[in-house]
Design a protein around this ligand. Structure first.
Ligand code: A5P
Length: 222
C-alpha cells in the first residue's frame, strides 16, 4: 500500500473529530492536503478555518472554505496537522514544509491537537529527521554556532524564506532524549523564532494510517 493511501486514511479518520459549523485550525503538508480535500467534501460545512500557511490558505479557499485570522477567533477547539516524526508520547518534529512557527501558534491556541501521520513517521526517539529551526535572517550564523555547541550539525535551507520572512536551519545529529528540555533550550537562543520540536505542547491525539486501517494513540506518561 502506498504512503499516500496511509496519509489519506489518517486524514479521513480526523474528519470524525470535526464538528459542522465550527472554526478549526488547519496545518500544512501533503497529509493535511488530504484532510483539506475531505473537509471540502463534508456535506455539512465548517464555518471556517485558521490556516498555518499560505499554501493551505490557497487550498482551503479553492474549496470555498473561508479562512479567518487567528486574532478574530476566541481560541479554537480543534487543530489538525501532520508531522515529520512522532513518538508514542505524542512529541513531534515538524517544519519539513517550513511552516513550523505558524503551526506552533495555531497549536498553542487550540484546545485539541489531532496529528495525522502515516506509520513511517512513528519513531522511538525523535531526531533522525533533521530538526528545522526558524531564525531571524541576521542571526543565522550565530544561531548555527549555538546549535553546534548543543551537538548538532546545522545546515541552511538556502532559498527558502518562511511565510514570516525567516530562514530555516535543518539540524542533524542532535540527541533528543528530552524533547521538552531541548525545545526550551533552543527556543531561548537569541534570534531563534522557534524550533520544530512540538513537545511542551505536543499532540493530544495521534492518528496513524497503516496497512490495515488507522491506529489512534493518546499520550502516555507525558
Ligand atoms: C510543515 O511545516 C510540516 O510541519 C508538516 O506538518 C510536516 O512536514 C508533515 O508534512 P507531510 O504531511 O507532507 O509529510
Amino acid at each position: 500500500m502506498s504512503q499516500d493511501t496511509k496519509k489519506q486514511r489518517a486524514a479521513a479518520a480526523a474528519i470524525e473529530h470535526v464538528r459542522a459549523g465550527t472554526v478549526i485550525g488547519v496545518g500544512t503538508g501533503s497529509t493535511v492536503n488530504f484532510f483539506i480535500d475531505a473537509l471540502g467534501a463534508m456535506p455539512s460545512r465548517i464555518a471556517g478555518a485558521v490556516s498555518s500557511s499560505e499554501a493551505s490558505t490557497q487550498r482551503l479557499r479553492a474549496l470555498g472554505i473561508p479562512v479567518l485570522d487567528l486574532n478574530s477567533v476566541d481560541g479554537l477547539d480543534l487543530y489538525v496537522d501532520g508531522a515529520d516524526e512522532a513518538t508514542r508520547r505524542l512529541h513531534l518534529i515538524k517544519g519539513g514544509g517550513a511552516a513550523l512557527t505558524r503551526e506552533k501558534i495555531v497549536a498553542a491556541a487550540s484546545r485539541c491537537f489531532v496529528c495525522i501521520v502515516d506509520e513511517a513517521k512513528v519513531v522511538a526517539e525523535l531526531g533522525r529527521f533533521p530538526l528545522p529551526v526558524e531564525v531571524i535572517p541576521m542571526a543565522r550564523s550565530y544561531v548555527a554556532r549555538e546549535l553546534r555547541r548543543l551537538g548538532g550539525e546545522p545546515s541552511w535551507r538556502e532559498g527558502v524564506v518562511t511565510d514570516n520572512g525567516g530562514h530555516i536551519l535543518d539540524v542533524r545529529g542532535l540527541r533528543i532524549a528530552d524533547p521538552v528540555a531541548l525545545e526550551r533550550e533552543i527556543n531561548q537562543v537569541a534570534g531563534v523564532v522557534t524550533c520544530g520540536l512540538f513537545a511542551r505542547r505536543g499532540a493530544d491525539l495521534l492518528i496513524v494510517g497503516t496497512d490495515s486501517g488507522v491506529q489512534t494513540l493518546e499520550p502516555s506518561g507525558r
